[in-house]
Design a protein. Sequence first.
Lengths: 203, 203
Amino acid sequence: MPDASTSRQPSARPRTRRGQDTRDAILRAAEVVIGETGFAAASIADITRKAGIAQGTFYIYFQSKDEVFRELVLEMSRLTRAFLTEATADAPDRLTAERRGLRAFLAFVAERPALYNIVMEARSVAPDAYRAHYTTFAKGYAQNLVAAEREGEVRPGDAEVRAWALMGLAVILGERFAIWETDADLDHVVDQVFDMLERGLKP
Amino acid sequence: MPDASTSRQPSARPRTRRGQDTRDAILRAAEVVIGETGFAAASIADITRKAGIAQGTFYIYFQSKDEVFRELVLEMSRLTRAFLTEATADAPDRLTAERRGLRAFLAFVAERPALYNIVMEARSVAPDAYRAHYTTFAKGYAQNLVAAEREGEVRPGDAEVRAWALMGLAVILGERFAIWETDADLDHVVDQVFDMLERGLKP
DNA sequence: CTGAAACATGAATCATTTGTCATATTGAGC
DNA sequence: GCTCAATATGACAAATGATTCATGTTTCAG
C-alpha cells in the first residue's frame, strides 16, 4: 500500500480551497486549449499559461497530459447525461422524450463545442474512455426504448441496434448543424429527423 | 513558377516503376501503422521499417507525416465511394439501394478497420480532409434522395438532413458492430435499422 | 553502353516538450 | 505568531522523433 503521508500521490485530490481552485483552473484551461487546438498540438505550457500558473504546478494535480484529457472526457460524459436527463425528464412519452433529447443535445454541442471536440478526439487519444462514454450512454438509451416498447409507445424492435443508430445520428447531426454551421435551424433539423424516425421513409 | 527540372518537388509523382512501388509500399505501411497505433504514436521510423526502406526515402515521396495521412484519407474516401456505388448499382429502388449500401459499408469497415480508423482520426489531424470526405459523401447521398423523392420512392422531406442522419447512423453502427464487436450479425443490424427507417418507430 | 535523372541510404541535426526538482511561498490550525 | 503540510515556481535535464543531407546505387532513354 502506498504511503500517502510521506510520498504524496501526484493527482491526489486537493486538500484546500486554493488547491481546488487551481485544479479547476487547469481543467478549464485544458478544455479550451485542447478543445480548440487538439490534443497533440496543445502543450502543457499552453495550458498552464492560460490557467495563469507555472508549469510545474500542473504536475501537482495531474500525472500527465493524458490524465487531464481523461478527466475532461469524464466530465463531458457526466455533463451530457445530466443535461439530457434533465431535458427529457417530464416528457409525456418516449418519442417526445427522444425529440427533446436530440434538440437538447444539439443545443449543448453548439454551446460547448470544445467539450464535444474532446469527446470525439478521445476515440484515438483515450479509446477506453471514449468507448465507455458511448457504451454507458447506449445502455440507458436502450433501457428507455425497451420500457417504451413495453408501454406500446414504439413498435417492437432490437433496442440496442436502435439506440446506437439514434446516437450515431445525433452525433453527426451535431457536428454538421451545430459545429460546422453555427446558425442552422436546429428545430427544423429535429423536425425532419423525427418525421423520418416516427413515420418512416416509405411513401 | 517552381523549376521542377533543377529543384525536384518532394512528393512529385514517381517517374519509374520502382518509384511507384516504393510509394505504394509506404502508403500500405502507413495504413497499417497509423491505422493501428494512431497518428501521433506512429513514427516515420515505424512506417519505413514496415515498408522495408530507409527513413530518408520517405521524404522522396511525401513532404511530411501529415501528407501521407491526407493521402490515406483521400484514398479511403475514394475507395468507400467506389465500393458503395458498386454495391448499390443495380438496386431496384432507393430504399433497397440504401439497405445494400449500409450492408456493404459495414462489411467494408469490418474488412479494413485501419482505413476506417484513419478517417475517424482525420477529424482532429486533418479537419479539412475529414470534412471534405463527409461533405462529398453527403452531397451524393442527398441527390439520390431527391431523385427518389421525385420518383415517389420515399416520402418528401429535407434530403440534406436525412442524408447526414443516415450517414451518422452508418458510421456509429460500423464502429459498434463491425469494429468493437467483430462477429456481430450484420444482416440483423441492417434489418433492424431498416425496419425503423422504412416504417418508423410509431406503433 | 553510358551518363544523367531518379531513387535510396542512414547518420546527424534540430526543434519541441514532457516531466523533474530544488527552492520558495501560503495559510490553516494551534 | 509559529509551524508544517500544502501549494507554487520556473529553470532544466532528458527524451523524442521529424526532417535534412551528403553520399551511394539503380534505372533507362538515347
